[in-house]
Design a protein around this ligand. Structure first.
Ligand SMILES: C=CC1=C(C)c2cc3[nH]c(cc4nc(cc5[nH]c(cc1n2)c(C)c5CCC(=O)O)C(CCC(=O)O)=C4C)c(C)c3C=C
Ligand SMILES: [Fe+2]
Ligand SMILES: [Fe+2]
Length: 319
């Protein structure tokens, strides 16, 4: 049997020229700006133009583009390998980005050429949000009209492989800081407060992930906080920068784990590694360790493989 797995992620600009069109795609998404299209599209043009200089500054610091595509491709290949063990199905992973290439239209065409017997939609967002997972699913269903049975993984905030990989990485971070007083900051991408008030389960799922990891760390001080605020709306808190300042005031080391990201990109390599590290220095944080994202950690990939198999098995036996 031929099985296509669609790995959804946000995408990022692959050159400085791509920064503004990438931002325009992002702000044109009705899941990000909930206005009718006659107002949203000109606004997206305006906001992306206004945001571009700041975003250019961000991507200039990481070689002029985002590494997210290469990282996600590596996850797709590792997942194919994990799924291929012990069976003779043909598993093929397709990376499908929401705001930069490979975009949905092109991915749907590639999948159609493969002519799979089953399709599995797999978001690379452990926690569900209307702004990420639901947006990617909507974009997919708008273009994809396959007769092929399609299964969906919605979210996996406490999936055991994801949690085990996270625990291992956070423990390495803790040992880098040593025995001195320290606090684990579980930093998630933020969201406007009104998105949560409208029923988005993201914040609750982020808290579930943090609790599941913390319960295996053996009594460390920890807290959840939110990074990457953009725009004038009120976002959920506490903010990661405020938590770094509090750690400085309390004179505790920081082990920061970005628990809503599963790969490296501008939000980790610039915001966490450059901007927040600088903030931690200024705030008097004795030691600041940023824990890497799960990437192709074997336990994370094994967890994704289990999710895919479970989604397929819901309707039939896939031995
Ligand atoms: C303005 C609204 C935004 C919302 C809401 C939002 C939600 C959200 N985003 C991610 C993951 C990523 N976002 C990334 C970049 C990025 N995000 C926004 C805006 C919102 N995100 C902007 C404007 C940008 C571009 C960079 C910048 O100008 O600061 C990325 C990184 C892309 C890359 O570099 O490859 C990721 C990943 C999540 C998980 C999320 C909601 C839960
Ligand atoms: Fe974002
Ligand atoms: Fe950001």
């Amino acid at each position: 049997m031929k099985i296509a797995i669609i790995l959804f992620n946000l995408g990022g600009p692959d050159s400085l020229e791509a920064v503004q069109p990438f931002l325009r795609n992002l702000f044109s998404d009705p899941a990000i700006i909930t206005l009718p299209s006659w107002l949203r599209l000109p606004l997206a043009h305006f906001i992306s133009k206004r945001r571009a200089p700041k975003a250019l500054g961000i991507y200039e610091q990481i070689g002029g583009g985002s590494p997210i595509l290469g990282q996600t491709e590596a996850q797709a290949r590792a997942l194919e390998e994990a799924l291929s063990q012990g069976n003779h199905h043909e598993w093929r992973g397709y990376v499908c980005m929401r705001y930069w290439h490979p975009l949905t239209d092109a991915v749907v065409k590639s999948v159609a050429r493969f002519a799979p017997d089953r399709i599995v939609l797999l978001p690379l967002y452990p926690q569900f949000s209307t702004t990420t997972t639901a947006s990617s699913f909507r974009a997919w269903h708008k273009v994809a009209h396959f007769k092929t049975p399609t299964r969906t993984v919605e979210s996996y905030p406490v999936e055991p492989g994801f949690i085990a990989a996270s625990v291992e990485l956070v423990k390495q971070g803790l040992s880098e800081v040593g025995a001195a007083p320290r606090r684990v900051l579980f930093s998630a991408h933020g969201l406007p407060e009104k998105v949560i008030k409208a029923g988005d389960p993201y914040q609750r799922q982020v808290e579930q992930t943090a609790e599941a990891i913390a319960s295996q760390l053996g009594g460390v001080d920890w807290t959840v906080c939110y990074q990457s605020r953009v725009g004038p709306l009120k976002w959920i808190g506490p903010s990661t920068d405020a938590e770094i300042a509090r750690a400085g005031a309390d004179k505790v080391g920081v082990v920061l784990y970005p628990l809503s990201f599963v790969s490296e990109h501008s939000e980790t390599l610039v915001e966490l590694d450059i901007e927040y590290r600088h903030l931690a220095d200024k705030a008097g944080v004795p030691k600041y360790v940023r824990v890497p994202t799960v990437g192709t950690h074997p336990q994370f990939i094994a967890g994704l493989a289990n999710l895919v198999r479970a989604a397929l098995a819901e309707h039939e036996e896939m031995a």
